[in-house]
Design a protein around this ligand. Structure first.
Ligand code: DX5
Ligand code: ZN
Length: 216
């Protein structure tokens, strides 16, 4: 079954609790929580305090996407705040293997995110050390951008790499995902789709989520 992860970045910040509850009731699987530091990406968003409040609602598991430099400094904070998955960027993690194990040691699932221009080769020597590969289909930093088609093939490359190694991991796709591109992403091997602006802007969020989940 395909998982749908609404990105809180596209929610109405004055009503975060209601927005989370709405996505929970609409059938979402994970709550995608975009953390930006104004250094790794040119934008600043939420920290562990907001995550703690969101996770404390005990609705759906929180999928934390760290778009920050020195992610190793903050793993424990986000784990304690209630993260289910913590994903770090390969471009920001100097000691990727170490930080992935740091995440698992905190009891969370460990994810590696790749920017659109980053080769999937950087996953080769950490196969088995992560639970999720996040393929960015936009340059991270902002919601509402158009998907970069060149990044789509990377999903299939990672899927092949995992299968050849006999390793189980989710492949998550993030950036510019909508109902029309979703079938292509799933066909390439995606198992978790993040949706921000398209989902929050949809007239019927439950139908949007149902349609995507029925793809796999
Ligand atoms: C971008 C974030 C995405 C973003 C997705 O840096 O990582 O999660 O919020 O939003 P849409 O679906 O609007 O591209
Ligand atoms: Zn994200």
């Amino acid at each position: 079954m395909i998982k749908v992860a609404p990105s809180l970045l596209a929610a109405n910040y004055l009503n975060l609790g209601t927005e989370i509850q709405r996505m929970h009731e609409a059938g979402a699987d994970w709550l995608h929580f975009d953390v930006m530091d104004g250094a790794f990406v040119p934008n600043i968003t939420f920290g562990p305090g907001i995550l703690k409040a969101a996770a404390g609602m005990k609705t759906i598991p929180c999928d934390v996407h760290l778009m920050i430099e020195h992610p190793e400094k903050y793993i424990e904070r986000f784990a304690e705040a209630g993260a289910h998955v913590i994903t770090v960027h390969a471009e920001a993690a100097v000691h990727l293997h170490r930080v992935l194990h740091q995440i698992r040691d905190c009891g969370c699932l460990a994810g590696v995110a790749l920017n659109p221009a980053t080769s999937p080769e950087c996953l080769r020597y950490v196969l088995g050390d992560f639970d999720l590969a996040l393929v960015m289909t936009v340059n991270p930093g902002f919601g509402g951008q158009k998907l970069i088609p060149a990044a789509i093939e990377k999903i299939a490359e990672i899927d092949r790499m995992l299968k050849n190694a006999g390793v189980q991991a989710e492949i998550e796709v993030d950036g510019g995902v909508n109902e029309s591109i979703a079938p292509v992403l799933v066909e390439k091997g995606a198992s978790v789709l993040v949706a921000g602006s398209a989902l929050y802007g949809a007239k019927d969020a439950a139908a949007f989520i149902r349609n995507i989940k029925s793809l796999g």
